[in-house]
Design a protein around this ligand. Structure first.
Ligand code: BGC
Length: 756
């Protein structure tokens, strides 16, 4: 809540506005801005994507890039990379960078972070999201939001809610039981509202229980506004509103879209007419305008001043209020922070995050780190080694000031005394999509068919593929030190698209298999925003490094890790399953959706319905319960040093609050960081509950031989479940087990406690 005095001023300003002016304010007047009311000094809200940096400028009314040479920005690690650090402080720093850059570029809202749950490893937008686990998402998203908003801009948490697939993203209806909704899909939004006090939220494209999320009173009204007391701004996703009356009568405040017919938006002339002819009450519009003004005050876009107050009269006149003087009007708040972009401090911050985001999955025979002083000839193979990723992914695309790819990072690390040879290894045909059509322009209809890894399987493509493979394999047999950098890219990790399977694209499996035959010591780096199936070669590979899209300094960070300057400390934010048929949404459910029944057709404007039948058993909650062996478990990540865990000690205070601590010792020869993970589950696990769930983590930095304590505080929240019968959270008294470990399946200390 803003100060009472401000709420009064907001009411006064709303009274000054005509219906036409109010309508102008609540819909897009440009692709990324709302309408202004100059007469009263009210500016437009200027927004920009997105999650990895401030997007380049578009023309106001078309999706052509405006072609500025001053909109290159700091390319930040994606949320999937930020989360892999398991470091709240770095999440805060990443948010601060994004917020400062947004303000520096003159924005009022940065359309980030995305906090949707990684429900399947197929979703093209998972790289924009944090994790499969609601606790990890919340813990990392809150500091990101706080960091962003420390620069007098709004973060815009998206996409509210149950937006977990791209297939038919505008027309898929999600059916979900209340418990799963509350325990898995809402916690990050709730934390954003209650803990981070986020200033804006974006509704999702999909339907929830038969109603589009951006018009959904259950989600936006009952839960967000009433239950969580959220009085901030609610923005639609671009093109997420379909019905004037439904939108007007729901709490959505601003309608944005991808089309340039701004006056025809549902909440533009159609709404104006509906209010004029009495179909919709004007108060509905007033509520939306109030949210907008409240937002503007919060980010210090404006101050609201009364005309009588002497000095301000001057400003009123300069703001254009020369004729009939209003009682109040808006002026620019001169105390607003100015932000900054492309600073060296930002580059340092993203490097720090990139370093901790890299995950060492496997390191047999301690092949890594490579010794730079002993590496005189190095072969780097793989398209991803030389690829830039910042300019793709959908609305996450940006113009990076620079981007250090892995090959460059490796060369920067080694300097001139090592001869580095590069071979592309696998062929990635350039689809040249950007030249044909702008991505966003067609994103709501035809895009899906355009997307995905175009493998280039035509005869010409096959010829190139074969030649590249033969060249790489021949070279690999001649080198002692070989690093392969492959994985996915933004043709597959892309908005509007879900991968059909977990397979590596571009025939990488064949290539890697052949390479390992001639060079069994080859180091493998997988760069991707989503798990991939490594079964074709995983047993033959000695060292595997995993990284998501780690920002402009990602390549440098990788170089430092491969050559031992930095000790890896990232951990997986999503289980890496072995195969498609292990994925709970597919085992139990109908991912990516089934056709509608006749009854559903009558009732809703959708094409598919998807029931989240796996319930709360998303990700490790499923694999753990049914003891299904996976490729790599949630929370897994190795180090060049080793950590030993002692026994945990638990101190109870009031029967529901516990202080837990555990000593962890660095038993190796190198300094390193270890994330200590704490899970909680019932001692006698009931069939409807997961065995254990993440309820705490703590990252320790340890010198060789050093011991430190990881400390946690567990409150009743850690033991609660949502009870559908009473429609409320409940803590059931009884015995619970606390598990502490290095991953969900590498548990080092266990104890039981009693909840009274
Ligand atoms: C995406 C949003 C994005 C918006 C504006 C939509 O297609 O779903 O995440 O912020 O476009 O570019």
């Amino acid at each position: 809540m803003l100060h009472k005095g401000y709420e009064r001023k907001i009411d006064q300003l709303v009274n000054e506005l005509t219906l036409e002016e109010k309508i102008k304010m609540i819909h897009g007047a440009g692709l990324f801005r709302t309408g202004a009311v100059e007469r009263l000094g009210i500016p437009p809200i200027v927004m920009s994507d997105g999650p990895t940096g401030v997007r380049f400028e578009f023309f106001n009314d078309n999706w052509g890039r405006a072609g500025h040479n001053d909109d290159g920005v700091t390319y930040c690690p994606s949320n999937s990379a930020i989360a892999a650090t398991w470091n709240r402080e770095l999440a805060g720093k990443s948010g601060t960078v994004l917020g400062e850059e947004a303000r520096g570029r003159g924005k009022d809202i940065i359309l980030a972070p995305g906090v949707n749950v990684m429900r399947t490893p197929l979703c093209g937008r998972n790289f924009e999201y944090f994790s499969e686990d609601p606790y990890l998402i919340s813990e990392m998203a809150v500091p990101v939001i706080e960091g962003i908003e420390s620069s007098d801009v709004g973060a815009c948490v998206k996409h509210f809610a149950v937006n977990n697939q791209e297939t038919e993203r505008n027309w898929v209806n999600v059916e979900i039981d209340e418990r799963t909704l509350r325990e898995i899909y809402l916690p990050a939004f709730e934390a954003a509202v209650k803990k981070a006090k986020v200033r804006s939220i974006m509704g999702a494209y999909n339907l929830f229980r038969g109603v589009h999320c951006c018009e959904n009173n259950e989600l936006l009204g009952e839960i967000l506004r009433k239950e969580w007391n959220y009085d901030g701004l609610i923005v639609s996703d671009w093109g997420g509103i379909h019905d004037t009356k439904a939108a007007a009568e729901s709490p959505i405040d601003v309608e944005m879209s991808i089309y340039a017919n701004f006056d025809e938006y549902c909440m533009a002339e159609p709404l104006l007419n509906a209010v004029r002819n009495g179909e919709i009450e004007e108060e509905r519009v007033d509520e939306k305008v109030k949210s907008i003004l409240r937002f503007m005050l919060r980010v210090k876009m404006i101050d609201i001043v009364e005309v009588e107050s002497g000095d301000n009269e001057q400003t009123a006149i300069s703001a254009g209020c020369t004729e009939q003087k209003p009682a109040v009007y808006a002026v620019r708040d001169r105390s607003r922070k100015k932000g900054s972009y492309d600073t060296s401090a930002h580059q340092d911050a993203v490097l720090e995050t990139a370093r901790e985001s890299i995950v060492l999955l496997k390191n047999e025979e301690q092949r890594l780190p490579l010794a730079p002083e002993k590496t005189h000839r190095l072969l780097v193979i793989g398209h991803n080694a030389a690829k830039l990723h910042s300019n793709g992914g959908g609305s996450a695309e940006i113009a990076a000031l620079y981007e250090i790819n892995p090959l460059l990072g490796i060369k920067m690390e080694l300097g001139g005394n090592c001869e580095v040879t590069y071979a592309e290894g696998y062929y990635v045909p350039d689809k040249n999509r950007q030249q044909v059509l702008n991505w966003q322009e067609v994103s709501l209809d035809e895009l899906a068919s355009e997307q995905g890894a175009y493998e280039g399987n035509d005869p010409e493509g096959q010829k190139i593929q074969k030649a590249l493979r033969e060249e790489a394999v021949a070279l690999a047999s001649e080198y002692d030190d070989v690093i392969f950098v492959g994985g996915l890219n933004h043709d597959t990790d892309e908005e509007g698209y879900d991968r059909p399977d977990l397979k590596l694209p571009y025939h990488q499996d064949e290539l890697i298999t052949e390479l390992l035959k001639v060079n069994p010591n080859m180091i493998i780096v997988m760069m991707a925003g989503n798990p991939v199936d490594m079964s074709a070669w995983i047993d033959d590979a000695k060292s595997i490094v995993w990284m998501s899209y780690a920002g402009m300094e990602g390549g440098r960070a990788l170089g430092e890790i491969l050559f031992g300057e930095v000790n890896p400390s990232g951990k997986l934010v999503m289980t890496m399953p072995k195969s498609l048929d292990q994925i709970p949404a597919m085992v139990f459910g109908d991912f990516p959706g089934r056709t509608l029944t006749e009854e559903e057709h009558e009732r809703m404007n959708a094409k598919l319905t998807e029931t989240y039948r796996e319930g709360v058993f998303v990700g490790y909650r499923y694999y753990d319960k049914y003891q299904i062996p996976v490729q790599f478990p949630f929370g897994h990540g190795l180090s060049y040093t080793a950590f030993s865990y002692g026994d945990m000690q638990v101190k109870e205070s009031d029967g529901q609050t516990f202080k837990v601590q555990i000593p962890v010792t660095n038993t190796g020869k190198l300094a390193g960081k270890e994330t200590v993970e704490l899970y909680v589950g019932e001692t006698e696990v009931s069939p409807e509950n997961p065995v254990k769930e993440l309820k705490g983590f703590c990252k320790l930095s340890l010198a060789p031989g050093e011991t430190k304590y990881a400390e946690f505080e567990l409150t009743a929240d850690a033991f609660r479940h949502f009870d559908e019968k009473t429609d409320a959270w409940k803590v059931i008294a009884g015995s619970y087990t606390i598990y502490i470990g290095s991953s969900v399946s590498d548990i080092r200390s266990v104890t039981t406690i009693t909840i009274k």
